[in-house]
Design a protein around this ligand. Sequence first.
Ligand code: GDP
Length: 408
Amino acid sequence: MHLLELVVIVVAAVVAVSGAVVGAVVARRHRTLELEAPPEAPSAPTPPPVPEPPQAPPVPEPPSALPVPEAPPIPEAPPRPEVPPAPPAPLEAPPVPAQEALVGEAAVLERPRFRDRLGRARGLLAGYVGSVLSRDTIDEETWDELEEALIRADVGVATTTRLLEGLRAQVRQEGIRRPDALVEALKAGLKKALAQGDRSLHLEPGGPNVWLFVGVNGVGKTTTVGKVGMREARAGRHVVMAAGDTFRAAAVEQLGLWAARVEADLVRGAEGGDPGSVVFDAVVRAASRQADLVLADTAGRLHTKTNLMEELRKVRRIAERPPGQLSEVLLVIDATTGQNGLIQARQFTDAVGCTGVVLTKLDGTAKGGIALAIQVELGLPIKLVGLGEGAEDLVDFDPDEFVDAIFT
Ligand code: GDP
């Protein structure tokens, strides 16, 4: 029993001692944890309470707050100082000045010179003319060269033949012997041929005038309507544009840009809608606003079974009705298409009776000779020519300047 008691005492003592030790350790550990807890926000010591940038609007920091920077909104604040209190205005501003700038620009448009834009046509003729001038006399080779030059410039065989027959007769009658005199006589003959007909654009007194623009797709009709609108607006006329090419969404948009640019009214219809009703609405709008002029774009190709020429005849009849008055039907021809342009001119003239031609893209071709073919074969005056894509690049056709520009 003694032994047993002794064992019990020893065990009790051991338990007591180890309990104390464990307790101490736990207590110590607990204290350690308490002490170590702060390190979780180790950065705290670095920037103590946010060094509040002056710009950051007073974030009412609870004065009591523990110095522990639990809220790290600090990093966001710094960038602010650089961002000035910019007003949001610039987002809306651009469109307006842009338009103003364009209209302003329109007021100082400079007319391009034929000579500067017809380098390709001049380049084609230069070789032939140089060769003719290099001879001492006028012989058959001279005539062959002149013929080839005119045909290559797309004057067309029939027109070339007529022009050269007239020139031969003149050479005989006037006793012209020198090649330079021959070239001068040719130039004079071309100028005379191109000067036939009435090249003015008509504006009749009374109700709004309507100028109809016709021609196949891609020749430059819509662009021409825009450029003519610019010219007329600059001349002080109130213009309404009719987006009659209802089959081409891009044409309607393009015309909308031009209308905004020249501050003209734009009348448009539903996509694929009736072009005649667009023109009619435009005339009614023009009359109600006492506008001077309706510039009507038309389709160059239809996406329905309707025949294009039939449709254009209908549009023409509508444009003729009061309160409007149709004073120009302008056929737009792309000079780069050469003799094809002559075929188009015949078709459109037969269908809608054109009053004149706008010859576009003369700047991009050596084949400006189509101007002569149209004038001589069809008796249609070239009224305007396109010498580039810019607003200022549509100019009155000047036969003298044209001929001088393509020779030398
Ligand atoms: P539309 O289908 O007849 O209405 O033709 P657009 O008006 O859409 O014109 C077709 C393209 O020809 C466009 O890229 C125009 O910028 C261009 N264009 C029109 N006129 C001229 C011009 O006189 N010179 C040049 N270089 N390009 C032109």
